[in-house]
Design a protein around this ligand. Structure first.
Ligand SMILES: *Cc1c(COP(=O)(O)O)cnc(C)c1O
Length: 224
């Protein structure tokens, strides 16, 4: 199937309230344009330079979601246009996003990234680190960022029961925060989880943003 057909097939079966982010990292602007022409508007990238270059080359009504590890010294390049940053994993980073958002005259939507996978390689806070982050209350002073929910990545494994448990744990942690810190925050409603190999499981556990690359664009070529 081509890019347009994959997008149509995925979106046709999405429950109400679940949004598709087409993860275009490592794929050229032509591929993004093909998806755009099929009606796709939300795209995900994990490198600042690549996202900035694509933003400049492509239609302005694309919503760019930053989903990779973000270094504080690079926040300034994406702050003027990024639609949402999914990968907030420290107060330090959130403070810098707030600072750059203020400079750009914006409020930037952010998700807190939680480490739910049983792998060392995935970024994010543990549940306890996140509780401590919220307890500290410093985030409450930041008026140019809006915490809209949580993001997590499941373990890259064939053991789908493990992935199921990981997504279930993030879903219940989301509920815990919703019932405590974010009770009066209607903006806190997003749960970004699920990729090509596990998104149906993520949807069963309340995902509102699925991030799909390979199924739409094919395998990535990391040698380019
Ligand atoms: C690359 C990436 C994806 C997309 O993964 P696929 O398996 O290609 O669908 C989703 N989320 C994040 C954070 C990624 O880095």
């Amino acid at each position: 199937m081509g890019i347009a057909e994959e997008i149509k097939q995925i979106t046709a079966n999405l429950p109400e309230g679940v949004k598709l982010i087409a993860v275009s990292k490592f794929h050229p602007v032509e591929a993004v344009m093909e998806a755009y022409d099929a009606g796709q508007r939300l795209f995900g990238e994990n490198k600042v330079q690549e996202m900035t270059a694509k933003h400049e080359a492509l239609p302005t009504d694309i919503q760019w979601h930053f989903i990779g590890h973000l270094q504080t010294n690079k926040v300034k390049y994406i702050a003027p246009f990024v639609a949402m940053i999914h990968s907030i994993d420290s107060l330090h980073l959130l403070i810098e996003v707030n600072r750059q958002a203020e400079k750009a005259g914006r409020i930037i939507d952010c998700l807190l990234q939680l480490h739910i996978a049983h792998e060392d390689t995935k970024f994010g806070m543990t549940f306890d680190e996140c509780r401590a982050f919220l307890q500290d209350r410093a985030w409450k002073q930041l008026k140019h960022v809006r915490i809209c929910g949580l993001m997590g990545m499941g373990t890259n494994t064939d053991d789908m029961e493990q992935v199921d448990r990981e997504f279930a744990s993030l879903q219940s942690f989301f509920q815990e925060l919703k019932d405590s810190w974010f009770k009066d925050e209607p903006a806190f409603k997003e749960l970004s989880m699920g990729m090509t190999d596990d998104y149906p499981i993520a949807i069963r556990h309340g995902s509102t943003f699925i991030r799909i690359g390979t199924q739409i664009f094919g395998e990535r070529n990391y040698n380019k």
